[in-house]
Design a protein around this ligand. Structure first.
Ligand SMILES: C[S@@+](CC[C@H](N)C(=O)[O-])C[C@H]1O[C@@H](n2cnc3c(N)ncnc32)[C@H](O)[C@@H]1O
Length: 222
């Protein structure tokens, strides 16, 4: 397990608070996501390099903002999404139904124990979830992601990251004042955890939107 990255703040949203918090946020989540996270989501899709016909899992699919893009790029494949919060998934299901998509499922599920056999997926995507969770969960979840990917399967993660410039520090300060102002998210740095989990060809990019810093991490299961 990598040594803790000193500048990461501890998670302050307790495990039992995640579902109630995101059940409340589900209504207004998309406006925030469009303002501060859409550029990182686009980069995530570019790095994912989806080929139609793949078997794809999005963990923490939320309101389905990225999930419907996966469906557009993978109309003949199988696309699955899980999330802990049913209220977020209800929005995702509406979105997917409006698009008239097929070959998909959106189910309640926990990143820590994915209900899929080993080696099932070509691609696993997970956006803005680790930044809510305690560092002690990171290795377990990455092991689980690795388990459900096939050898050669790709992993793309997006998260709020720690500031690299003074003007990005506002978000960490807001979290210090009141974690709920930023949906319980603080900046994380996942690169050493992804490397320690045994992924290959791991790389990290930082994307800043409205001064909000996100990291996009890519890796491949050997
Ligand atoms: C900030 S939202 C991100 C949603 C979506 N990925 C996006 O980028 O718009 C965080 C989501 O993570 C989900 N979540 C938190 N912990 C989880 C876990 N252990 N397993 C699955 N989903 C989880 C929450 O329910 C919430 O929908």
């Amino acid at each position: 397990m990598p040594r803790s990255s000193g500048d990461m703040q501890p998670a302050r949203l307790g495990e039992s608070e995640v579902v109630p918090t995101y059940s409340r946020l589900a209504v207004r989540y998309d406006s925030w996501a469009a303002l501060a996270e859409s550029t990182a989501r686009r980069r995530c899709l570019e790095l994912a390099a989806i080929q139609n016909g793949e078997t794809i899992l999005e963990v923490a699919a939320g309101t389905g903002l990225l999930f419907v893009e996966l469906l557009k790029l993978n109309p003949d494949g199988v696309t699955e999404g899980v999330d802990l919060t049913e209220a977020m998934l209800m929005k995702a299901r509406d979105r997917a139904a409006r698009q008239g998509a097929r070959n998909y499922r959106l189910l309640v599920g926990d990143a820590r124990h994915l209900d899929y056999p080993a080696g099932r997926f070509d691609l696993l995507i997970n956006n803005y979830m680790f930044d809510l969770l305690p560092e002690s969960d990171f290795a377990t979840i990455l092991e689980e992601f690795k388990r459900v990917l096939r050898p050669g399967g790709r992993l793309v993660l997006v998260n709020m990251t720690t500031p690299e410039h003074w003007y990005q520090a506002l978000w960490e300060q807001l979290y210090r004042w009141s974690p709920s102002l930023v949906g319980g998210c603080r900046g994380v740095r996942l690169l050493p955890f992804v490397q320690s989990a045994g992924f290959h060809r791991v790389r990290r990019e930082v994307v800043s939107q409205m001064t909000f810093p996100s990291e996009v991490i890519y890796g491949v299961k050997p």
